[in-house]
Design a protein around this ligand. Structure first.
Ligand code: NAP
Ligand code: ZN
Length: 347
């Protein structure tokens, strides 16, 4: 066992504070990763603030992790000392259920082992990436291609895969009209990835204040949802809408923007249930779907895709003592477009 430096939430209402957490000994199939960078996902904030239910405090969050392998177990075959690697939202799964066997372990029927706040296979509570080191079983560790800038790679492990997975599943590509609702951490990655896939991309943001950025990320069109004309002019338009908003939105108004057989997939995860008129789905035979992160195989595919297309998130690097201020800025939609913690500042 190893004590490592970390930042943790003591409760739903207090700021995160410096602390020490325990990492297990490196088992035969484990790798020890010295973390270099950890992204701040809105899910970290939902979790520590108790938006999604009870939390085992104190809790260290963070599921966008990149670093270097500094120790390997005796039976490790997938990684070597010095490899640049990543860890995302899960660190294990049951490996036995139908979904795990189908290569969809993010949907493990026994519950995937989330990177933080979940009872691990050894009975301890998992602790996330706002720390200097983490021990992870080797097949939940990703190879991060060298061509992806080191400091910008971390957000791909959640924001990247969470948007890549539905875009790939619903066949984003040439001839497809795709709308991305909300241009924060996930949204800006959705724009970049959908553009690289060859789709025609529209951003639906609260205001036009980030329009220049959206067009730079590859969007073809950019509209404000605060303008009622947006919903009139874009009715029956899109093949796919990816909703990344962290708060409740008017589902019916957005679903009405789908063309025949279009799908709106929700990745945003507000605390509250959202109302929906079923009749909105009858028009145009619309579908309303959800999507959770992505499998390990798909995450590796996404990293290779991003390397090939030169895609990386736009980030703001921060030191550990700026985490709480960063949270407040994310909550105000004032993020450009992902905060990444330099984890050496925990030392
Ligand atoms: P984020 O960086 O805060 O981005 C969310 C964006 O939503 C904001 O930048 C803003 O974009 C828009 N927004 C915020 N409040 C709004 C409101 N009241 N009304 C309308 N639009 C609003 O968050 P994120 O890290 O991208 O995460 C987004 C959501 O996805 C969170 O709920 C997170 O928990 C969830 N998530 C889900 C998965 C999954 O597996 N499904 C994985 C990761 C994250 P504009 O300023 O452009 O309007
Ligand atoms: Zn996340």
């Amino acid at each position: 066992m190893k004590n490592v430096k970390a930042y943790a939430a003591p409760s739903a209402t207090e700021p995160l504070i410096p602390t020490t957490i325990v990492r297990r000994d490196v088992g035969p199939k484990d790798v020890l990763i010295e973390i270099a960078y950890a992204g701040i996902c809105h899910s970290d904030i939902h979790t520590v603030r108790g938006d999604w239910g009870p939390v085992p405090y104190p809790l260290t969050v963070g599921h966008e992790i990149v670093g270097v392998v500094t120790e390997i177990g005796s039976d490790v075959t997938l990684h070597q000392l010095g490899d640049r690697v990543g860890v995302g939202c899960m660190v294990n799964s049951c490996r036995e259920c139908a979904n795990c066997l189908a290569g969809a372990e993010q949907y493990c029927l026994n519950g995937n082992t989330g990177t933080y706040g979940i009872v691990d296979r050894d009975g301890t509570i998992t602790q996330g990436g706002y720390s200097t080191h983490i021990v992870v079983t080797e097949d939940f560790v990703l190879h991060v291609p060298e061509s992806i800038p080191y400091e910008a790679a971390a957000p791909l492990l959640c924001a990247g895969i969470t948007t890549y997975s539905p875009l790939a599943h619903w066949n984003a590509g040439p001839g497809k009209k795709i709308a991305v609702v909300g241009m924060g951490g996930l949204g800006h990655m959705a724009v970049k990835i959908a553009h690289a896939m060859g789709a025609e991309v529209t951003v639906l943001s609260q205001t036009l204040s980030k329009k220049d950025d959206g067009l730079r990320f590859g969007a073809d069109h950019y509209y404000a949802t605060s303008d009622p004309a947006t919903f009139e002019n874009l009715a029956n338009t899109f093949d796919l809408i990816v909703n990344t908003v962290s708060a409740p939105i008017d589902l019916d108004a957005h679903l009405a923007l789908l063309a025949l057989d279009g799908t709106m997939v929700n990745v945003g995860a507000p605390a509250e249930p959202l109302p929906l008129h079923i009749f909105t789905l009858f028009g145009n035979r619309r579908s309303f779907a959800g999507s959770g992160i992505g499998s390990i195989r798909e995450t590796q595919e996404m990293l290779v895709f991003c390397a090939k297309h030169g895609i990386a998130p736009d980030i703001e690097l921060i030191s550990a003592d700026a985490i709480n201020d960063a949270y407040e800025r994310v909550l105000k939609s004032d993020v450009r477009y992902r905060f990444v913690i330099v984890t050496t500042t925990f030392a």
